[in-house]
Design a protein around this ligand. Structure first.
Ligand code: BGC
Length: 915
């Protein structure tokens, strides 16, 4: 389809502010605006834009931009345009649109979008922090079931108030130490769960903003809140006690600001006039589960005119010293529901449901049973050979919800403040078969939007990609966690960094990682050590991850890798600017403690190539392999710092980091490279890091690659890497001319391989290659998660090298990019799409014998260097015509090996070639 220039209008979509769609209550004073332009016309591009921001929609419609009118700016920029209008104040409501001009002289105006500013200073907060009077528990729950006061019993709060006239706008700001669920007039406010989300509560606490204009009404209103434990006071990680931030007391702060049509303002703030009580939730905790007694529901408590005389006044308590900040990432929500694929009664009264998919979330229970019936819902990822739930790998997480029926009809229950990682559900306590409809799986995660799709001719590979996506869905819950089921679920920095590129192909994770990077920096020690897990839990004075863990090679280095990757993928230079000092401090720490360019990291942990084969899970010990790995990461950190310094215009620092890189690289070669191109530490990962981080002299690169292949061959074409090496394995094989070996490893389904778990029914990525084997059954339960994304980092390779959608080395953000698929034996086709900040890239190839058909779509306002796999220049066709030097939107620029290279503008191109 050769489309030529036309007057066809371009379309503008995906208006976003700080990566989010119409966010409310942000605290970024110079927010960045982005949009996407689309056109099917080849070469369509933006030549100019004009942003208008106004205080009301009417003003914007009249093009009266009282906040900001950028004027016409001659530019192709559509992402991260920094707001440069009137300084923004607390509560400003900003309505905006963008007008763009294209190269054909057409112009178009987008629909309207908006964002609002939250309270920007501490003095904007008038509400008091309130906590429940412990007496409510003593007089009530304590008497019924004293043992249930551990874990915590969520409290209810309520307050009634008058609204004296018609409402123009009502905004509710809320924060908590703990988790809240809010209701007004009998309805839930918002669709987010687990708010406010996890941060280092000693340093910052999120507030959330809700538009409640239509939820309140003139006259009497009621606002109600349930307050649970969550990360603040519940069990976190493998810790044996609760309250990791020092207090078991949950507290809540709500500030409602109502503007009436007549100009009056009404404020409703939490204080001791709020009343508190216990409710139906007897106990709730992330790890342990929730116990809910429906007979204790307080009907009408969230509506006006409710008799709350026996409720006690809430206690005002000291406000936290930590800063209150807006949450800058997508909230956690129920994103989808799943019906079971089977139900079995494995013994009398024990019903096992299989959801057919390992998820993170909870069960929506639907039952009809007499009052007092106690239904226990237990969760597990796998079944034992006898059909019972396999739960040993949950360690101390009880992962059990209990629902006590109120009787009198069908009852539907979903827990409030807990989640579990599970595929199988066991129901007990019902004197009859509850039927398949009793259980629905609710998938709960951060609401990051989908970005990529991958499909190919091999069903196992498709499932492998999907398993990585599911492990991402199940573990991107407020922070990138290692696993979703056992007593851990921590933001392990190593896991996050090895999977980050895969994650960014699967979903738009820019806002998610922008938020988490703040947690990583918050956990950095005064000396500069980045943590092994973030957010930090309070463990005494200094800052680092859980149990004081920090500084591990490949883990702590996430402090550099994450900002660098977000900059590269999303063209976001602000994240590197914001974390620059922290990154410099980290490298200064490494330099202070390691001499001669070798990183032996005596003061930090070293997990090595975690869970490689054969594995070594000691992390305080050192070995040549661990030192090699640490040194390689040091070199790579320095190289990334030099690159980022250049972007920030910090030339002197760029030079200094370049010198650091050269020094560490030289030390690496001195210590581990032999003359014959072999490394003295001969593991797959040692070779992979040397290649991926450019640690070898140019003239010897081919030889280590051959040794790597020899190593793989010696294992009868099997991989043996752990978390650190695995993501580099296929990319490096491909880039060193061993695409055949990469495809062979991909399609291998004997242990150990990516497809081995797939062959045995995995629906997520397993923590370890041998989580379960035919020979040994389950691995030791102490560390055996079936939902750990790290070994799923092969997803990156599927997008980058199989589909060929790759960043331009010189330009971040995909406005200019590379398309270069490596076609290999075993796949007949691959079909991929990937939504970038600039729109959807598509790459779809199909082979038929020696013929290759490849169609690509390059979004408007972008261009690509396209590498067409082909034996010779003469047989490449594009849209049924022989590709000469030049066509509409495309220009041949040369040949490199088996690729014809073309420079292309936006549009759809269909190639046919012989391979
Ligand atoms: C976690 C990880 C983590 C590791 C550190 C494990 O317990 O589950 O995935 O990276 O510890 O080595």
């Amino acid at each position: 389809m050769n489309s030529s220039r036309s007057s066809e209008q371009i379309q503008i979509s995906h208006l976003r502010c700080e990566y989010l769609v119409a966010p409310l209550g942000i605290d970024e004073r110079e927010p960045r605006l982005s949009w996407v332009i689309a056109s099917s016309r080849r070469g369509a591009r933006q030549t100019a834009f004009r942003l208008r921001v106004a205080s009301t929609p009417e003003k914007l419609a009249a093009e009266e931009a009282d906040f900001w009118d950028s004027g016409r700016v001659e530019s192709s920029q559509t992402t991260h345009v920094v707001y440069a209008g009137k300084p923004l104040c607390s509560r400003d409501f900003c309505h905006w649109h963008v007008e763009v001009w294209d190269e054909a002289g057409n112009s178009a105006i987008s629909t309207h979008s908006h964002w609002s500013m939250g309270p920007l200073t501490q003095s904007d907060w008038a509400a008091k922090w309130i906590a429940a009077d412990p007496e409510i528990i003593r007089r009530d729950i304590g008497a019924i079931a004293p043992s249930l006061t551990e874990p915590g019993t969520p409290a209810l709060f309520r307050r009634e108030f008058e609204v004296p006239g018609a409402i123009k706008r009502a905004t509710l700001y809320a924060s908590a130490r703990g988790l809240f669920e809010l209701r007004a007039h009998g309805k839930r406010i918002g669709t987010d769960v687990f708010a406010p989300e996890w941060t280092d509560y000693d340093k910052r606490i999120h507030y959330r903003t809700y538009d409640v204009t239509t939820m309140l009404a003139p006259g009497r209103n009621a606002l109600a809140a349930t307050l649970g434990d969550g990360w603040w006071s519940g069990y976190v990680g493998w810790q044996e006690t609760r309250a990791r931030y020092g207090s078991l007391e949950n507290s809540l702060m709500i500030q409602i600001e109502i503007e009436l049509v007549d100009g009056q303002k009404v404020f409703v703030n939490t204080d001791s006039s709020w009343r508190c009580n216990t409710g139906p939730i007897l106990a709730s905790d992330f790890m342990m589960g929730e116990t809910y007694d429906a007979r204790r529901e307080r009907i009408g408590w969230d509506e006006a005119v409710y008799p709350d005389k026996d409720w006690l006044p809430a206690r005002e308590i000291a406000a936290p010293t930590a800063s209150l900040v807006a949450q800058r990432s997508e909230p956690v929500r129920v994103m989808e529901t799943i019906e079971p694929v089977s139900l079995k009664e494995i013994s009398s009264g024990v019903f096992i449901y299989d959801l057919g998919q390992n998820i993170a979330g909870w069960v929506r229970l639907r039952v009809k049973a007499p009052a007092g019936t106690r239904v226990a819902i237990r969760h597990g990822e796998r079944l034992n050979p006898d059909g019972t739930l396999y739960r040993e790998n949950l360690r101390r997480a009880k992962a059990t919800d209990v629902y006590i029926c109120k009787g009198g009809g069908e009852e539907i229950y979903e827990p409030y403040f807990t989640f579990h990682g599970f595929q199988y559900v066991e129901l007990t306590g019902l004197p009859f078969n509850p039927g398949a409809a009793a259980v629905t799986g609710c998938v709960v995660r951060s609401a990051t939007s989908d970005a990529g799709r991958f499909e190919c001719s091999h069903t196992g590979v498709n499932r492998l990609w999907l398993n990585g996506l599911w492990s991402q869905r199940d573990n991107f819950l407020s922070v990138p966690t290692d696993c979703s089921q056992r007593d851990e679920r921590l933001g392990w920095t190593g896991d996050a960094q090895v999977f980050l590129r895969t994650a960014s192909y699967n979903m738009d994770v820019a806002a998610f990682f922008t938020k988490w990077m703040v947690d990583v920096e918050d956990a950095q020690t005064a000396d500069g050590i980045f943590p092994d897990t973030a957010p930090r839990l309070r463990e005494g004075g200094n800052y680092t991850g859980l149990d004081g863990l920090g500084g591990a090679a490949g883990w702590a280095d996430a402090g550099i890798i994450v900002p660098w990757t977000i900059w590269r993928v999303y063209g976001d230079s602000r994240i590197i600017e914001r974390h620059w000092n922290a990154m410099v401090k980290w490298l200064a720490w490494i330099e202070r403690h390691n001499h001669d360019g070798l990183r032996v990291n005596e003061l930090g942990n070293n997990y090595g190539d975690w869970l490689c084969i054969p594995g070594d899970t000691s992390f305080r010990t050192h070995s040549p392999m661990k030192n090699l790995l640490a040194t390689a990461y040091w070199a790579d950190d320095a190289a990334k710092m030099a690159e980022m310094a250049r972007v920030l215009g910090r030339e002197a620092e760029a030079g200094r980091f370049q010198v650091m890189f050269e020094k560490v690289r030289a030390a690496f070669q001195r210590e581990w490279l032999r003359e014959d191109g072999r490394l003295t530490v001969e593991t797959q990962t040692a070779y992979l890091l040397a290649l991926a981080f450019d640690l070898l002299p140019e003239d010897v690169r081919a030889r280590p690659a051959e040794h790597l292949v020899k190593n793989i061959k010696a294992l009868n074409w099997h991989l043996s890497t752990g978390f650190i090496g695995i993501g580099h394995l296929n990319p490096q094989l491909m880039l060193t001319g061993h695409a055949d070996v990469a495809y062979r490893l991909l399609l291998q389904d004997d242990y150990p391989s990516w497809l081995y778990p797939v062959k045995h029914g995995a629906t997520t990525i397993w923590e370890r290659w041998n989580g379960w084997t035919e020979h040994d059954g389950f691995f030791l339960s102490q560390m055996n998660s079936f939902n750990h994304y790290s070994l799923g980092s092969v997803g990156e390779w599927l997008f980058r090298h199989v589909a060929g959608i790759e960043l331009d080395p010189a330009m971040p953000g995909f406005q200019k990019f590379v398309l270069r698929p490596f076609i290999g034996e075993g796949l007949e086709f691959a079909r991929t799409s990937y939504r970038t900040m600039h729109g959807m890239i598509e790459s779809e190839w199909r082979r038929d014998g020696k013929d290759l058909f490849w169609s690509i779509c390059i979004p408007a306002n972008t261009s690509a260097r396209v590498h067409v796999p082909s034996k010779s220049d003469t047989d490449v066709m594009e849209s049924d015509t022989r590709l000469e030097k030049q066509g509409v939107g495309i220009q041949v620029s040369g040949r490199k090996g088996n690729f014809l290279i073309c420079e292309t503008t936006s549009g759809v191109y269909k190639f046919k070639s012989t391979i």
